[in-house]
Design a protein around this ligand. Structure first.
Ligand SMILES: Cc1cc2nc3c(=O)[nH]c(=O)nc-3n(C[C@H](O)[C@H](O)[C@H](O)COP(=O)(O)O)c2cc1C
Length: 223
């Protein structure tokens, strides 16, 4: 992936999938799908933080991340249900920008993902009011331990990373779908002759968690 394909593909998402796969091979990075996610509050003030891009639907055209619905990002998405994300891999010299409307995943999808999480992460999701003020970190750790004991500990104590459906997903925690109406691919070039192409499409709301998309159009951009 030294250059963008010529001619440019009609749909950018197979390329996004390929770049994500390239970033994930070789075990070079701990979190190859780490994405900076920007949201804005009701007064248009932006904020940004990292999340893990956990799923890319190439066919439908959305990216999924998981979080606490009452966190700062969750509250900001309640106020303005659009977000922008960026992924960058230094060793690939590649950047991907993703933008579009954000909706909550169907409950069944969030349930299924929650069941794959390690026990400790599940307990943390139950205990943490993510982004709420915390006076005493040690008290938080005690609450974690107490919750862990009250719930009987991991189903397979020898393998607490295994996860499993033992704990139910709390309703305040789950996935978001970032539906993609804008995707920009960027490849580093010599003398700052970076290749950029921006893809855009119109989305129409179908139901609570889905959109349908018109065909993509693409436009190369100056570096
Ligand atoms: C590499 C990395 C990945 C992260 N992934 C997630 C994630 O998938 N979901 C999440 O809620 N927080 C994740 N975090 C923590 C967030 O960056 C952030 O601290 C948290 O979500 C609270 O953000 P907020 O107060 O803006 O809602 C991650 C942090 C890092 C550094």
């Amino acid at each position: 992936m030294k250059t963008l394909p010529r001619p440019l593909p009609a749909d950018p998402l197979p390329l996004v999938e390929r770049w994500l796969a390239a970033a994930s091979t070789g075990g070079r990075r701990r979190n190859p799908t780490a994405m900076a996610l920007a949201t804005t509050d009701a007064r248009s003030r932006p904020s940004v933080r990292m999340v893990l891009l956990k799923h890319l639907s190439v066919d439908a055209g959305f990216a999924v991340f998981y979080t606490h619905y009452g966190s700062r990002k969750g509250r900001e998405l309640d106020a303005n249900a659009r977000a922008a994300g960026v992924l960058y891999w230094e060793e690939l010299g590649a950047q991907i920008r993703l933008e579009g409307p954000v909706v909550r995943c169907p409950d069944a999808e969030s349930d299924a993902y929650f069941a794959t999480r390690p026990w400790g992460s599940q307990v943390n999701a139950l205990v943490s009011e993510q982004s709420a003020p915390l006076e005493d970190f040690d008290a938080f750790l005690r609450t974690m331990r107490e919750k862990n004991e009250r719930l009987g500990g991991p189903p397979d104590p020898a393998n607490p990373e295994a996860g499993g459906p033992a704990l139910a997903r709390p309703a305040f925690w789950g996935g978001y779908r970032l539906w993609l109406d804008t995707v920009e691919l960027w490849l580093e070039g010599t003398d700052r002759c970076h290749e950029r192409v921006r893809y855009q499409r119109l989305l129409s709301r179908e139901d609570a968690s889905s959109f349908s998309g018109q065909p993509w159009s693409s436009q190369r951009l100056q570096p």
